[in-house]
Each structure stands twice: as C-alpha cells, then as structure tokens.
Design a protein around this ligand. Structure first.
Ligand code: HEC
Length: 459
C-alpha cells in the first residue's frame, strides 16, 4: 500500500516535471527568441525559420496567424522550398538537412550535411549546400541525401546560387582568406562548372558577405557585403571613410569583373547589407540593411544601364556614394535587424532577426510597410539586447557601421585596421569577441583594461 502511494506520488512528480520540460521545449514557448533567419513565400503563406526557437513556421500574412509550426532538430540556418517540400539546412559542427512536407508538417528525411550548412538550393534532383566552417560546397542527391560531389572554396561560404539549367554553381565566401597586410585582400566568389572550381576575388576590402541572388535568367549575380576602406587610418566616418556598404553586380559571363555598387547615400550609410533577392521578372533587386533596418528596392535594368554608361576607370562605381540616386527606393522598416527577404511580386517580406517580426512592404502601394509580429510576449534578455546593440548601426554617426561591421557574428572581418587607441601607423588584425571578456587586458597591445572597458570606449 505504502509503496503504491509512493509510486503514485513520484509518478505525479515526474509527470509535472515532464510537463514543465516539454512546455519549455514546445515550439510555441513564449519565453525565448525566435530570431528569424530565413523567409520564403509559399502560395499565400510566408514560411519563416526561427534560428533560436528551432522552428519552421507558416504564417498567414493577412491575419498574422501561425498556420503551422514544425519543430526542427537543430537551429536552422536557411531553407530551399521546392513545391510543397522545404529543405532546411541546420546546425553547427554536425549539421543536417531536414526535409519537411509543408502540407502535412511532417518530417520526411534527415541527412548529414557538414559543418554549419547554409543557403541550400535545389535544382532538379540535386541539392546544394554551403558548409560554412568546412569551407566546402556539397552536391547531394536531393532524395537520398548521398553526397555526389564536393568542392573546396575559400573562407566560409555562406551563400549559394545555381544557374537555372544547373550547369553553373556559384558560392560566395564570407571573409577574405589572404594576408591582411598587403595591398589587396577580399572575400571570393567560386564558380563550379563541368566539375571544376575556379575562384574570383571580389573587390579589395570586400568582407562580411551575407547574401547572394541570381537573376531569374541566370545572367547576373548580386552579392551583399561590406566594402571596407581598411587601408585608411580610422580618423573619421564621414562619407564612408572607414566602411561602405555594397551590392556587387556580376555578369556571369565576366566573373572576373565585379561591379561593387555603393548602397550608401553621401550623408547616410546603409550599414550591413544582408539579404538579397530578385523579383520573379528580374526587374527589381531587393537588398536588406541589417544595421540600419531598411530595405532597398532597386530598378535592376536601369542599374545595369547606368553601370555600363558610367563606369570610368578614373572614377570607379565603387567610389561613388549616391550612385543609385533615382534608381532606388530606400525604405525604413518597422522592425530590427532585417536579414532575409522574399517577394511574391505584390509584396516583399523581410524578417527582423532581433524584433522577431516580419515587415510586409507593398510594391503596389508606394512601398507602404506593415509590421507582422511573430512572438508578441517575448522580451529580450540583457545578453540578447547586447547582441542587438552590437549589430545596430543606428547607434553610429549617420548609420555608417555597427560593431558587427568589423566583428561579424562577434568574430573577425579578416582585415587589418589602424585603430587610434594605441597610436597611429600600427595596423593590426581585428580580434574576436570569443573569450575576450575572460582575457583581460584586451587589444593586441593590452591598451584596454578589459573587454567591458573596450566596449564602453568603442561605443
Ligand atoms: C573598424 C573596424 C572595427 C569596428 C567598427 C569595431 N571594432 Fe572592435 N576591434 C577592431 C580591431 C582591429 C581590434 C583589434 C585592435 C588591437 O588589437 O589593437 C578590435 C578589438 C576589439 C576588442 C578587444 C578584443 C580582445 O580580446 O582583444 C573588443 C572588446 C572590441 N573590439 C569591441 C568592439 C565593439 C563593442 C565595437 C562597437 C562599438 C567594435 N569593437 C567596433 C576593429 C573594429
């Protein structure tokens, strides 16, 4: 009798505990951030990937309601949608691709996909992923997940694009791979064609590459990144003296001739370009600005025309602030940290990484925008707020840069900078934030007593 009672009590206690755990882990748990990293339009719904909540959500933008919520095995990094199937690239060191049926919400398959798989693309029977920290691109059988081919690429591929006929695979590296103390260093683009990989450096100072899109006809690429003026002493910010923000346009027939176009206006930086996408007809290019919380809507044919007409060797496009004047609508978004972007031709949907919300921008109605909250009761922790400020260029003079401009993901940009805190004329590598708070004093010469002092001084 006593034993049965004890059993009952402990079973009840266990039940409570399990309920507590499962409700903490549930996809609808309101306690944590969603941190949306990718967005796609699926018929009349918007598919959103929550990196921290580990969910794929289907949202009805009209009502803001969540139609479906699919729990994922690991934090997702990006997805490709092919009909009613989503291929979600997830996780870090032991990354996977999970295949999700969007109609039923069922998980169909899961297969290993290298270290931090990103930017999946499906072409026919094949699936491609960029394994960021393996510095490798995988070609897989989309149905079975077997690896058919793989190619090494320079430092940290984060974005992929495949031509419509599947013959050209493009990968964009996040960071420069070379020495930072010479005359030239830049992140690179890789082209895989006929099984061979060829690498093309982007323009000098290209770093913090985040997104890449291919025009629907496969002719042009657009790559979003920071264009750093790392060789100049860091004495001012005015007119992009230290960092400018660019989208590089590449004619795929001349991949060795990148055309970096500045997204900044002479008196207003457009910090941290991130997501990039073409409209279905190729007429419009969308670029998000994660640091200034904006969207650029660019007339793409007119941009090509202007590049052709005005690219003079004595005055390259990459040096001309305001180059987009008259070709671009610059829209302040009602969210924080816009990264991913997608469009259905009528509206553009942008996901706010720090605000846990979407913005819907109407292309028919003068680019009017509307906020769609995704995680209403969520209040960020102090740590999350810190991360948000670190990425927020609206704390900087004219929005030219954020801390994350030189420390993308709290890490490094692969460049040398001549900061002034230890005198001029001694440029040094950017340092990571990893364990910085445990290794006082900080900076190469130890000129700041601690990371706390460095952060305060930096701001
Ligand atoms: C222009 C590029 C640039 C920007 C913008 C920038 N940093 Fe840095 N940061 C550097 C470089 C370069 C170093 C290494 C300097 C050295 O070793 O003397 C560094 C070092 C640091 C360190 C010391 C790391 C260590 O352990 O030694 C901290 C902390 C830091 N930065 C925080 C910040 C914060 C916070 C911001 C935003 C307010 C910021 N940085 C913006 C380039 C930058």
């Amino acid at each position: 009798m006593k034993l049965t009672k004890m059993f009952r009590v402990s079973a009840a206690a266990l039940g409570c505990l399990l309920a507590l755990i499962s409700c903490r882990q549930g996809p609808d748990a309101a306690s944590g951030p969603l941190a949306p990293v990718d967005v796609k339009v699926v018929n009349h719904l918007v598919a959103v990937l929550g990196h921290e909540s580990r969910v794929l959500e289907l949202v009805d933008p009209a009502s803001g309601e969540k139609v479906k919520s699919v729990r994922l095995a690991q934090p997702p990094n990006g997805m490709a949608v092919d009909g009613a199937t989503a291929y979600v690239a997830e996780g870090g060191a032991r990354g996977v691709v999970e295949v999700v049926d969007l109609e039923s919400g069922a998980l169909k398959r899961s297969f290993p996909a290298g270290h931090t798989p990103m930017s999946p693309v499906v072409r026919g029977e094949k699936l491609y992923v960029a394994c960021r920290f393996d510095s490798r691109v995988l070609e897989m059988d989309a149905a079975a997940g077997t690896v058919l081919n793989s190619w090494n690429v320079p430092r940290e591929p984060v974005a992929l694009a495949v031509s419509p006929d599947g013959r050209k695979i493009w990968a964009a590296g996040h960071l420069p791979a070379g020495a930072a103390d010479g005359d030239f260093t830049a992140a690179a683009l890789t082209l895989v064609e006929d099984g061979k990989a060829v690498h093309f450096p982007l323009s000098n100072g290209t770093q913090g590459v985040r997104g890449m899109a291919i025009s629907p006809d496969g002719r042009y690429l657009a790559v979003a990144h920071v264009l750093s003026r790392y060789q100049a002493p860091t004495t001012q910010l005015d007119r992009g003296w230290m960092n400018t923000n660019a989208v590089t346009v590449i004619d795929t027939e001349e991949p060795d001739k990148p055309h970096p176009v500045l997204l900044d206006d002479p008196d207003a930086g457009a910090a941290n370009p991130w997501g990039v996408s073409f409209s279905g007809d190729g007429g419009t290019l969308f670029v998000t600005h994660a640091g200034t919380h904006e969207l650029s809507v660019i007339d793409f044919p007119a941009l090509l025309e202007r590049i052709k007409r005005e690219d003079r060797s004595n005055e390259p496009v990459s040096e001309r602030l305001g180059f987009l004047h008259g070709l671009r609508t610059r829209i302040a978004l009602p969210l924080n940290g816009p990264r991913a972007v997608a469009s259905d031709g009528k509206n553009v949907y942008v996901a706010g990484y720090f605000s846990d919300s979407l913005a819907e921008v109407s292309l028919k109605d003068a680019c009017k925008s509307r906020a769609i909250p995704l995680n209403v009761p969520f209040r960020p922790s102090r740590e999350k707020l810190g991360e948000r400020y670190f990425n927020d260029a609206s704390h900087c003079f004219q929005g030219w840069q954020s801390c994350a401009t030189c420390h993308p993901d709290g890490r490094v940009d692969g460049l040398n900078w001549d900061l002034l805190n230890d005198g001029m004329g001694n440029p040094k590598n950017t340092r990571t934030m990893f364990l910085s708070h445990r290794t006082s004093p900080v900076m190469t010469l130890g000129v700041r007593a601690s990371a706390e002092v460095a952060v305060t001084a930096g701001f």
